[in-house]
Design a protein around this ligand. Sequence first.
Ligand code: NAD
Ligand code: WQD
Length: 353
Amino acid sequence: CEMGSSVEQSILVTGGAGFIGTHTVVQLLKEGFKVSIIDNLDNSVIEAVERVRELVGPDLSKKLDFTEGDLRNKGDIEKLFSKQRFDAVIHFAGLKAVGESVVNPRRYFDNNLVGTINLYETMAKYNCKMMVFSSSATVYGQPEKIPCMEDFELKAMNPYGRTKLFLEEIAKDIQRAESEWRIVLLRYFNPVGAHESGRIGEDPKGIPNNLMPYIQQVAVGRLPELNVYGTDYPTKDGSAVRDYIHVMDLADGHIAALRKLFDDPKIGCTAYNLGTGRGTSVLEMVTAFEKASGKKIPIKLCARRPGDATEVYASTEKAEKELGWKAKYGVDEMCRDQWNWANNNPWGYQKKP
Ligand code: NAD
Ligand code: WQD
């Protein structure tokens, strides 16, 4: 991981064809980084990468390369490192469906843990020792206090959450053993929204698990109504509260984390929350989306979803102070941009079936 001040910095982005990856790659290219994506397209499509190219234009597009490859195959990672030098890795690649992880934990441990260990091994071999890792607010479990602070005790509620918890511990152990590693663990709260162009956005396969993609599909008529899980929580309106964060703010958070890695030799292995610090209830989110889209979102009031926390939001102080990063967008902008994406691409990256 040479600093290379006069040379252009080169970043490997695993999972760069996915939701958060595509938005981050756009910002990286605009900031002058060279970017290589490795993605096995398990939960994404090549069209998303083509749209990234279109968004940044032909000149910046030349600084982006894409490799279809799987982190579970060390050879796929090795091929990239043997061809070129990387200054740092942003590691998004992973499976993230909580429900699926409960049914098929082996798939989650294999993909998320084995994939990441292969990545560390190859990075070490080529002496690239800077990483930004996608962690999640899921590591706070059901927080006893809010806002969530980075030094809270961590616990996982399901196999997916356990992969994030284990991978945070693995990162800490690796850095403790070899002090030259610099690793930033970014704990995302609830990423939503889309690029303002409406050309890239989230496109989950099958029926969405998460709130905003579900609302979006109701708004475009793909689903009849939204199930609101839980109306008896001790919150302002009885529905659960989360810290939704615009994906473009999240993307900028990765740039801030990279700069921190390059500039701070004492960073070690450090965790930061990426959230807005504000809580929004499910019903407030529905209202905000209706306002942004002009569409009525029919709702059905349902029982709580097992395993859900009542109220989760981030303390943003540490990221503000140490990364110099703060979310710019509120819920209205998140809904505006999510609707713009939905309205222009009601079937996501696919053609209408
Ligand atoms: P995503 O599924 O859209 O993107 C992940 C990408 O990784 C996909 O393109 C997928 O094809 C790829 N991938 C998965 N396993 C791979 C492997 N073994 N080899 C190569 N590529 C592989 O998900 P996202 O929302 O962009 O999330 C990115 C990261 O952020 C994930 O690690 C996720 O766990 C984490 N995260 C996401 C959220 C969220 O709500 N979206 C919240 C917190 C943390
Ligand atoms: C938000 C709220 C639901 C769908 C998950 C993962 C977490 C992280 C982010 C990766 C909850 C309610 C939802 C619906 C609803 N991902 N809801 N009807 O559960 O906060 O976090 O995504 O790391 O690990 O667990 O997000 O969007 O699923 O739910 O009422 O159809 O919306 O009950 O209160 P969650 P979510």
